[in-house]
Design a protein around this ligand. Sequence first.
Ligand code: ADP
Ligand code: ZN
Length: 210
Amino acid sequence: MKLILLGAPGAGKGTQAEVICNALNIPAISTGNLLREAVKNGTALGMEAKTYMDGGKLVPDEIVINILKERLAQDDCQAGFILDGFPRTVPQAETLSQMGVEIDKVLDIEVPDEKIMQRLSGRRVCEGCGASYHLDYKPSKVEGVCDKCGAKTVQRKDDHPDTIKERLQVYHAQTEPLKDYYQQTGKLVVVEGQEEVAETSALTLKALEA
Ligand code: ADP
Ligand code: ZN
């Protein structure tokens, strides 16, 4: 199964990607995590991506596409995968299709902008493995420590309020048109993000059967 998760920043794509990953045993691929890894490793590509990411802008298509191609070429992706945060522009979606990748379903997780602000400002991520937490909705067992790997959890630079606003604008302008794009292929399924993570997860799993 080849899946795409669409949704605003903070809609919970990462969390739902993990739910699907556990249910279907296919890898979740987050271009945001791949980019942050490149930044952390100080690669040339990472250094270029960083300025865009810190400002809440999209990283140029060419860079993201290269990073994604490399990841999809790995063995664990051959049986399927979940794309979290890619495509994010129509040209990226067109490239994916030109690559011959046949997507089975696109899950669009809908969450209103007001909720997004609240969610992203409380978000914390693990420096070690990239796992995502929320101070109120999904706290780690020990505050500031990752449940999975024991590394420190921190606030992402782009989760500060001004940058969140910029990211939402970018989402509406550049990513939201993908809803129409995939609606036209008949592959779009809308999942309404719920207050409780477990409820959204149940809707996600149901959407996979639809
Ligand atoms: P979120 O969905 O919460 O905004 P991500 O971790 O998916 O967070 O992305 C963080 C940043 O990485 C984005 O703001 C953008 O700068 C960059 N990025 C990730 N995926 C893409 C993509 N497909 N195209 C362009 N930039 C991307
Ligand atoms: Zn961790």
